[in-house]
Design a protein around this ligand. Sequence first.
Ligand code: AMP
Length: 218
Amino acid sequence: MTTNIILLGPPGAGKGTQARRLVEERGMTQLSTGDMLRQSRNSGSDMGRRVAEVMDRGELVTDDIVIGLIEERLDADRTDGFIFDGFPRTLAQADALAALLEKKRERLTAVIEMQVDDDALVRRITARSTCANCGEMYNDITKPIPEDGKCAVCGGTEFKRREDDNEQSLKQRLLEYYKKTSPLIGYYHANDQLDRVDGLGEIEEVSRAIKDVIDSRA
Ligand code: AMP
């Protein structure tokens, strides 16, 4: 049995940052439906075109699409465990994930809610960018791009901001989170699978808190 966790939290809570650390340190596999959808839109496929508009508005794409993406990866990847980052986002997705894991005779080790207040989310999101080459994440305030203009990890010199990281779509993304995703907190709590970490601390501190949860549940 491997370690499988869900990182749950609003946009900007730090799910992606923490998932990347777990990939490096524990050999786990990050399954980010947001990343998969962005890849699909960049590929120019039919599906990519359909989801692009929805994403830019800050709304959720349909359950069928994201469940299909996750199912494909669960079947294809061999790993020491999955980190679900940005999935599930609805109760229907949560049920589908439970069924998919059961079919693979796997279980969820932990569901970790990353708690961050809304003001901090807006500050973080409007300041963030990533290296276009390796995906390393930067933040104008907490982790600026090095002064020489080169990515600290790969030396890349191109950085990009997400199309939906603006105040207008962020407002919609937060609404979607509270309306459709936050009920998952109660759902997993009732299943005795939920742990909470304070997502406001330093990256290192949050990372330690997440690892403590995983180790205590493994
Ligand atoms: P993220 O990178 O996780 O913030 O996701 C970016 C956007 O992709 C979201 O605002 C949604 O439009 C879409 N998206 C990502 N994951 C999901 C999901 N599990 N269900 C529905 N839409 C999703």
